[in-house]
Ligand binder design. Sequence first.
Ligand code: FAD
Ligand code: NAD
Length: 396
Amino acid sequence: SSIPKIVILGAGYGGVLTSLRLQKELNYNEADVTLVNKHDYHYITTHLHMPAAGTDNPENARVNISKLIDEFKIDFVKSTVVQIRPQDRKVILEDGTLSYDYLIIGLGGEPETFGIPGLGEHAMNIRSINSVRLIREHIEYQFARFKREPHRTDYLTFVVGGAGFTGIEFIGELADRIPELCKQFDVDPSIVKIVNIEAAPTALPGFDPELVEYAMQVLQKKGVTFRIGTAIKECTPDGVVVGEGEEIKSQTVIWTGGVRGNRLIEEAGFETMRGRVKVDEFLRAPGHENVYILGDNSLVFNPEGRPYPPTAQMAMQQGVNCAHNLVASIRNQPLKKYAFTNKGTVASLGKGEAIGIAFGKKYKGRVAAWLKKAIDIRYLFIIGGIPLVLRKGKFL
Ligand code: FAD
Ligand code: NAD
């Protein structure tokens, strides 16, 4: 019989971990593995708040896929997936077609706009190298524009929609960057405003209240204005409309209000909730024994029946489990159930500041910031060993 074909879509946290494990565990000629990704690099999504604000170079948040995978063992195809056809066991790419025996979908999430008018057109998102380069350049450009039209203070009002972890991590960086930009462009810092708008009654809903309070104090001290319990209702070319119709004028709206699954998945006919597939205990799409769904495209429930938040930590653990199950399927061995082990959550608040819960303990300030650096370095080590840590790691 012919060698089974494994096709992995997306070189994010889930897809990369699956690929790395497969190349280690599979024997020569046991399977034919192909990894497909839109770009020839993997981006470290968990770092993107820094290049978005301009506190780090975007180059530090991306790694060439050829540096991560062994191309003697895994075929890498740089292409964009345009359609998944589970009935035909085929994937349509912008420039070709792949057939598979096993499919792994790790295409990552998309911004969820909840149908709020104008967000898709006028707001920017933190989700890829290209999207954060746009944000960074856009912010600088507003300073340059303001110098020519000094009455336009809306050029220097930066709105961030959503105070989840993405929003909070981004404003921490932005608040660090603003003083630098003010110096560079000779702008009075009191003119610049960062407004973080959150619909829920608190920032970081669901997170430890004491740490949330600490985070808000740190960020307020750096000049951030919070509008908590205030929903964005509309986004226009002139700013946002919030609450009962109040307008906040701004030329820069960054939407961090939520993520959904990739649209290709629902278009393929899989049953989804906000674009995410409720996977079975082995991480497969229900009714599709040969299709595994990972990361931001999967929905996994905790023992109390509530969905886990989509995180890199989750996607990585799923990648390891998925690779194990692929090898087991090929060898006709029993599959392993997936169980998430929560190692904690640490979020940065800009230079030298962070909050987090890890090993069952709360951390804040400098210690939490070190912990965040250690987590980042650990990831680089897992995917690329010491060489990658030395090339991309930030130690200070
Ligand atoms: P992704 O990592 O999003 O990767 C998807 C890949 O698929 C990408 O390479 C993309 O280019 C590719 N792709 C997409 N569409 C196509 C297509 N049509 N064709 C071909 N390729 C395609 N989580 C944590 O656990 N800890 C953190 O500290 C943390 N920090 C974060 C900070 C920020 C600023 C953000 C935005 C998120 C953060 N997260 C964090 C969440 C985490 O990044 C995501 O949950 C994680 O990236 C999901 O991994 P994934 O493998 O599902 O997809
Ligand atoms: P999220 O869904 O966690 O947060 C979105 C926030 O936007 C929520 O607080 C929500 O109430 C708010 N919101 C929604 N609609 C709104 C509206 N109309 N007006 C104002 N506010 C509105 O999304 P996220 O922050 O992008 O996080 C996505 C996932 O990535 C989460 O699972 C998160 O845990 C993970 N993440 C983790 C880290 C970390 O561990 N350091 C960092 C970033 C993201």
